[in-house]
Design a protein around this ligand. Structure first.
Ligand SMILES: [Zn+2]
Length: 309
């Protein structure tokens, strides 16, 4: 990828050096606000499941829509029916100057029952909303599309529905950044057999398949440049991850299946976070400086993939 290749050989230690490379990238990274991320989290965290949490799930969708509309983005609510009930994906887009490609930032907003879902996945949605707000101040060549998916926890019918329609109209998706639990740091890190990773859960993971290898590199190299103190572990799986089912457990998988490049950006979920899918998945367990760094790396990567106009 030309953009990342042009940064090769530049050893960056801190933001001072980023300033010399690309002032717009620096501005984007510095604009990402921990305070706003916290405010988004506070608005979202409570059970948001389709059963006892239905009202809060709908309130979360309203909050997401309102926040994205507040960034002056074009908003569409994509409604789909599942087991006799209607659900919605909240989609906001910022048209690019070329209109010949799309960069997607996605996260699911539902939870399992009886979990307030702070890390899973208010963290991803809060990151998405912050990226949307910061990037709305710039113009890009390609479209930016922000999607909060419903029902990821229930076999991801929300992202399946979206991808089916995107594929049918031959959407030119350049890459998908799926934010799937991005707020937890842990002393211990479980690692599946055959995977190389540190024993301490202090890194963010970026997972792609072969078709998404350039996207994995883009995120890793961009993070190293703009937030050099954030450790990133990259994993590229064969096929669509069939031999490692846990890497398929989010909304990026329908994009892989449809042949689109997509990465899951994740703190590795239950391999690290003991509160996964429990009532104890609360705001006080999250590490907000870490969440801010991951959000900043995502914003910068999406900006590079979308291309400054
Ligand atoms: Zn999740």
């Amino acid at each position: 990828m030309a953009l990342t290749a042009s940064f090769e050989g530049i050893a960056l230690q801190d933001l001072t050096q980023v300033r010399r490379i690309d002032p717009m990238l620096r501005q984007i990274v510095e604009a990402v606000s921990e305070g706003r991320v916290r405010a988004h989290l506070e608005a979202l965290i409570r059970p948001r499941d389709p059963y006892a949490g239905y009202t809060s799930m709908e309130a979360a969708a309203d909050f997401i829509a309102e926040t994205l509309r507040g960034c002056s983005l074009h908003l569409v609510e994509e409604r789909f029916r599942c087991e006799g009930r209607w659900y919605r994906n909240v989609i906001a887009s910022q048209p690019g100057s070329c209109r010949d490609g799309q960069v997607l930032i996605v996260a699911h907003y539902d939870t399992v029952p009886n979990s307030p879902g702070a890390d899973d996945n208010a963290s991803g949605v809060a990151g998405l909303l912050e990226v949307a707000g910061v990037l709305a101040r710039y113009r890009f060549k390609h479209d930016l599309v922000f999607i909060a998916f419903a029902l990821e926890e229930y076999g991801n019918p929300g992202s399946l529905y979206y991808v089916e329609r995107a594929k049918a109209c031959d959407a030119a998706i350049r890459g998908v950044f799926d934010l799937e639990m991005i707020g937890y740091l842990g002393q211990t890190q479980a690692v599946p057999p055959g995977i190389q990773a540190p024993a301490v859960g202090d890194f963010i993971g970026v997972v792609g398949n072969r078709r998404s290898e350039e996207l994995v590199s883009l995120f890793k190299e961009t993070a190293a440049m703009v937030v050099p103190s954030l450790p990133v572990q990259a994993l590229v799986v064969e096929g669509n991850g069939e031999n490692l089912p846990l890497v398929r457990q989010s909304d990026h998988t329908p994009f892989w299946e449809a042949g689109y490049p997509a990465v899951m950006i994740t703190d590795t979920a239950f391999l690290r976070n003991p509160h996964y899918h429990l009532p104890s998945d609360t705001l006080d367990t999250l590490n907000l400086p870490f969440l801010r760094q991951v959000t900043a790396a995502t914003a910068a990567s999406a900006a590079l993939l979308a291309g400054f106009a």
